[in-house]
Design a protein around this ligand. Sequence first.
Ligand SMILES: *Cc1c(COP(=O)(O)O)cnc(C)c1O
Length: 482
Amino acid sequence: MSKTRKQDRLRTLPAMHRLLNHPRAQKWHLQFGKNDVLAVLTSTLDGIRQENNDEEVDDWIDRIFQEAELAFERLALQRLQMVINATGTVLHTNLGRAPLAKEAVDAVIDVAKGYSNVEYNLLQGQRGHRHDAVEALLCRLTGAEAALVVNNNAAAVLLALSELASDRDVVISRGELIEIGGSFRIPDVMKMSGARLLEVGTTNKTHERDYRDALEQGASVMLRVHTSNFRIEGFTQKPTLTQLVALARTYDVPLLEDLGSGSLLDLQPYGIGDEPTIAQSLQAGVDVVMFSGDKLLGGAQAGILCGKKVYLDRMKQNPLMRALRVDKMTLAALRATLSLYLEPKQAFARIPALALLTASPEHLLVRADSYKNQLQEKLQRQIAQGTMTVRVVPCVSVVGGGTMPTVEIPSYALAISFRSFGCEALLECLRRQPLPIIARMEQKEVICDVRTVFTWQEEAFIDGIARACLGLAGESTPDDVD
Ligand SMILES: *Cc1c(COP(=O)(O)O)cnc(C)c1O
């Protein structure tokens, strides 16, 4: 195409102020704000200017707005927003791990909306301590002498080792040098803290005498890490917690335990793994346990340290504390969540992570059947024509968050497939719904596990699936759905 023809074609492009003031831009101004609208329209125009295309365009405005619409759709999907988790993974790290209990949400709103006494002692009318909000509750629930909260469990491990093991040798079993979610490796965090790693034993077997030898050589801290995200089976061995505690006493060194998920309640009666509880570890004599606030505990992202006062008092004074300290909203959520544990029955009913994990398959089957019926009604024609199928199938939910990888929880799912589209297309349509739905693929069907779909999301869930399916079937008028 000649340069002048290209110039002629572009001469008719509308000016930016016309686009900005166009009625079609109004909804974008409201949704995205002036700067984003300007940026998207500018890059749309730039794209058109660079085209090597001499097709005649009758209506530049229409063409530009169509392209900008797609750009705004992409922009909208990048925002942090609520989604529907239909993956069946209860503590899905990519989807924000534990959803908060209503009590916790209310508490967050309460302290976020106005001022709070997060570091102010109302009794004495002077500066107070941030930990006070949750320390007493944590001690009551775990039997610990003292407790401390930081940003996440990785931070808890970093703080504990920095305070107790900087420039010292920490003995740890080679079977426990784990990596969690790619960016958190126990050996790396240990090095960051200034501690020297004294690895003992082998991947599958570590003996009591291995620890003893290390302590004889002068190791001054013992670290045990709960290998929560994998399981080695077969020819394995490691000392019991009781044996480690005895060694720690003999050599007068602190024994730290990274519990990972750390459950406050015994989940075994519900058929969910054999995770040790925090109280059990402390009772066995561990000096400091560390665990996450947003895994099995079901609260906000946090790292919690519980244990002996002598050690926790030192950690509270560590300068790192300032860098790792938690926000008032985290403390509010955590406090409200912990309060629910005072009555275990209430915890299972009110804390979403626990309620979702323990929902009975019979209940889930009834819900899945009802969803299927509603979808069959909305998608009557497409199903009758053989364009698509919707079935209820048994499936397996998992705990997630790197917790109890071998535990399989029986559940039920909607299985959806299209005759002439692959699963990827439907999964994408589901993600693009006003309340995005995240599902998974299994043997050429899209699987929506109902365990992790909240009952209060049901309407959006059904409507979203129906709209996605109608869109794929080429009938994407929202009116069809209602
Ligand atoms: C999940 C986990 C961590 C990291 O916890 P975050 O709260 O995500 O920082 C550390 N150790 C173990 C054993 C874990 O399972």
